[in-house]
Design a protein around this ligand. Sequence first.
Ligand code: ACO
Length: 335
Amino acid sequence: MEGIKVNQIGVSFKGIGSYVPDQVLTNQKISQKVDTSDEWIKSRTGISERRISRLEDNVTEMGYEAALNAIEMANWDIKTIDLIVLATSTPNDLFGSAPSIQAKLGAYNAVAFDLTAACSGFLFALITATQFLKGGSFKRAIVIGADQLSSFVDWNDRRSCILFGDGAGALAVEATNEFDNFIGFDMRTDGERGSFLNLPSTNNKDSIIDNIDFLSGGFSPIQMNGQEVYKFAVREVPIILEKLFRNTNYSSDEVDWLVLHQANQRILDSVGDRLKIPREKILSNLEKYGNTSAATIPLMMDEAIRNNRIKHNDIIATSGFGAGLSWGAALIKWG
Ligand code: ACO
C-alpha cells in the first residue's frame, strides 16, 4: 500500500469485534491437574474460567474472526482497508501472522505486519496505527490483539497456569479531518525489569558440521515472578494514567469507563482506587476469560459496546501493561 499523504487531524472508531475458542477450562478442572482450588484462584485473581484453543485454532484464525466482526460493524468494503497491525506474542508463524490474516480477509490493498509487546501489545498497536492515520499516510486500519498463551504456559506451574487464556479482539479505526477521538496516549518500557516475566528462547546447542555450532530454535514456557509483576502494575499504571490526564486536561471524573488490561481483579480494583474511579466504571470480564494477553482490551471493549454499556461519545481511559516490562495508556472517545 502506497501512502496517500493527505492531512488528517484525527481518527474515529468505527467497529469492534472479538473471538474466543469454545473450549472452556474451569478452575475446578485446573485443580485436577495442579494443587490449587477454585476458591484460591477466584479470591486471588477474580478468574473462574478461561478459553483454550482447540487444535484447529491459532492466532491467524482467531485474529481473522475478530477482524471480520469489526469490519462488519464498521460496514467497510474490505478492499478499502489500508493497514492491518496484529499485536501478538504467539504468532503461528514467527515471520509474522498478520499477512495471513490479510489474505484470509481478502484485504489485498492493505499492508499487514505483526507487533510484539506482550500484554501491552494491543495498546502499542493502536498507538502505532493512529500515528499512520493522523499522519495522513493511511485512511483505514484494523488493529488486532490476539494471543494463544495456552501453547506456552507450563501447565504444571500452579503460580502461572491459572492466569492465562486464549482469544482475540479487533478495532476498526478511520482517519478523519473533522475531529479526533484519540485524545492522547503515553507508552513506556523498562527492560531492566524484564526478567519478571519472560517467554524465552531455549537456545539448545547443536552442530551443523564439525566446529560449526548453532542454537536450535524453540521456546521455554512462561516464567513469571507474580509478586513483582503485581507490584509493577499497581504502581506504574496509576502513574501513567494520571500523567495522561494532566497532559490532556482531563480529570478522572470525566472518565466514563476504565478499560485496563485484564490481568487480575485485584490489580483493576487497586488502580481504580488510586485514581478514585468508582468500581461501576471499571470494566471486567476476566472472570470468564482470564488474561488473554494482547486480546484483553478489545475483547472487553467489544463486549461492553455490543451490550450497550459503552455508548457513542463515552470517554474511555485504557491501559495495557505486562512483559518487557512494558506499559502504556490512551484516552479515547468511542465513536
Ligand atoms: N493455588 C494455590 N496456592 C498457590 C497457587 C495456586 N494456583 N499459586 C501460588 N500459591 C501459593 C504459593 O505457593 C504461596 O504459598 P507459600 O506461602 O506456602 O509459599 C502462596 O500461595 C502465596 O503465593 P503468592 O505468589 O504470594 O500469591 P499472590 O497473592 O501474589 O498471588 C498471583 C499470585 C495471582 C500470580 C499474583 O501475584 C498476580 O496476579 N500477579 C500478577 C501476575 C500477572 O498479572 N501476570 C501477567 C502480566 S501481563 C503479561 O504481560 C502476560
